[in-house]
Design a protein around this ligand. Sequence first.
Ligand SMILES: [Zn+2]
Length: 106
Amino acid sequence: MNLEGKTCGMCMKGKLHKMQDEAEPGIFVEAYQCDACKEIEYTEAIMRKVEAMRRHDAHLRSLIKVGSSLALSIPKEIVDKLHLKPKEKVYVTRKGNQIIARVAQV
Ligand SMILES: [Zn+2]
């Protein structure tokens, strides 16, 4: 399926253009980016491959309600690898339906 020139499903304003997206570090896949809102969309086939790849070494976690927010517990394996401590500062951003947490190096 080719999404080139199709109207963006997120903002309904921009048009999608073919590009290479780094889905995982060092792994580039064919994707389409909206020229208005910059949202990145994958075709169904690419999306399935990316999801399978992400599940492969992903930890399944449940979100915990904390006041009006939701908290995500970080698996011990990652805590140890990144030497994380309570109160550590982390930048949280969104990329499509992914939540990216980047440790603030201070
Ligand atoms: Zn858009």
